[in-house]
Design a protein around this ligand. Sequence first.
Ligand code: 3SL
Length: 245
Amino acid sequence: MNLRYCPTPEAVPGSGQTDAAVVIDVLRATTTIGWALHNGATAVHVFADLDALRRAAAAAPQDERLLAGERGGRTLEGFDLGNSPVAVTPAVVEGKQLFLSTTNGTRALERVQAVPQVFTCSLNNLAAVVARLQALAVGHVRIVGSGWEGSYSLEDSLAAGALLHAMATALGSDPHNHCGNDEMAAALALWQVWQHNPEACLRRATHGQRLQRLGNHDADFRCCAAVNSLAVVPTQVRPGVFGLV
Ligand code: 3SL
């Protein structure tokens, strides 16, 4: 299995063989999507564009839908939820469809919508994603970091390295045998540096610092930094719609 890492959606090439795409937004979109589905949301619809989100949400029964999202880390006006993984509790999301738009994560998901298999990953569900990729026996996997408005982000690259490391451990092989590009090798090195304290890496990242400036996000940091706390693999079931299969 060959894993290539693109640190931003903009870095994803328009062509080339990709059997599966794994999108990462550790802080916080793909962590939130994982917890929402684990806690009983029936689907998460993802949008880069807010007007498209509002149109799609309007077509869903009012008592079954929740609007969720942020820009720059702040909850969108008139929305039911922001983008905190600790807010999507069973009491809030069970039986609901989430309509989610975030600054970077949902844009990254849109970028790879046409890939045959699309999954979301965070530090929480590394082992589950590895098991899914192994079961599918896919050859060419594109790991996509969400970054921040087109720039590299430390925390997504950390998780990309962690995913490669977990994959190689599961296969009993050297991670470098699965490294498809230098970005992937650099992400692995990052994981090797921070693996014993991923939360410190998340807090050091510029977006981690942004969240700390916006207020107390300690619970979010703890949740987002927890390795293998979730067994779900959010899977694109229709273009732009994620569920559990
Ligand atoms: O960039 C994104 O998509 C968000 O996850 C950012 S935030 O952590 O919700 O501010």
